[in-house]
Design a binder for this molecule. Structure first.
Ligand code: PAF
Length: 277
């Protein structure tokens, strides 16, 4: 496994890879969710590149970039047994050199959900992902369904900017009690960690009602909110019912639906989602 940091070392490493290359972009502090993306990339390509970069431009001023968990040695130890060819760990100076002024922005798809709560977040995500794509030239790129809006936005960018690659979105990995795996789970104290699976329970209750024939969003919302508000440690920021493709809010479910939510447990903000239909 080659570990490179500079752009020129990355380019040299990339040139040595023949055949299909799978890219798994990450911000590090890897968990089983990331590793499942790496395994799928390994199964579908001759080579795998993993990038580890805590991208400053996708953090808002009130979001603590400096506190984002980092542990490169641990990440590398997790990646070594998986047969990863190259790990690229650029610095912020490499990605955003002085006088940097070029941005990639997806419009309508970034207006709601996470985009509404975290202004500027997706501009940072699409810009860095475009740069990662350009630098690593992957055949396929792997993302998790847990960040459903991110996946939709990057898919749009790939189409709109003609990136010659295939996007693969992999299922959310969950702990045994249903909590979606996330690097941010590390911030939860014991009581918050115990309370957090209420997110998946609420999403599952909506799924059950949908499968029993319920198509009114108001009924599903009520069911979910009554479960979420019964958990004193959960502070709901939003529960949204949107069309899977356009991410526009719906009231009556007719096609594929994305239910997504963002909930605070203390200072930790967790997101999760489920797709119906
Ligand atoms: O999902 C993430 O970890 C990040 O948003 C990504 C795609 C690596 C871009 O920084």
């Amino acid at each position: 496994m080659q570990i490179v940091s500079s752009l020129s070392d990355l380019r040299t490493a990339r040139l040595s890879l023949e055949g299909k290359v799978g890219l798994v972009p990450t911000m590090g502090y890897l968990h089983e969710g990331h590793l499942s993306l790496v395994r799928q990339a390994k199964a579908e390509n001759q080579h795998v590149i993993v990038t580890i970069f805590v991208n400053p431009t996708q953090f808002g001023p009130s979001e603590d970039l400096s506190k984002y968990p980092r542990d490169l040695e641990r990440d590398l130890n997790l990646l070594r047994p998986l047969g990863v060819d190259v790990v690229w760990t650029p610095t912020a100076e490499i990605m955003y050199p002085p006088s940097y002024q070029t941005w990639v922005e997806v419009e309508a798809l970034t207006k709601g959900l996470e985009g509404a709560m975290r202004p500027g977040h997706f501009k940072g995500v699409t810009t860095v992902v475009a740069k990662l794509f350009n630098a690593t030239q992957p055949t396929k790129a792997y993302f998790g369904q847990k960040d459903a809006q991110q996946a939709a936005v990057i898919r749009r960018m790939v189409l709109d900017l003609n990136f010659p690659l295939e996007m693969v979105v992999c299922p959310t990995m969950r702990e045994a009690d249903g909590l979606a795996m996330s690097s941010r789970n590390k911030y939860l104290n014991e009581a918050e960690r115990k309370a957090a699976p209420v997110l998946f329970r609420a999403l599952s209750a909506a799924k059950e009602a949908y499968e029993a024939g319920e198509r009114q969003v108001a009924a599903l919302r009520e069911k979910m909110m009554s479960m979420l508000t019964a958990e004193p440690l959960a502070q709901v920021q939003y529960v949204a019912f949107t069309d899977f493709d356009t991410l526009e809010e719906v009231e009556l479910i007719q096609g594929k639906l994305l239910i997504s939510l963002a909930v605070f447990f203390g200072k930790t903000r967790l997101i999760d989602n489920i797709v119906l239909g």
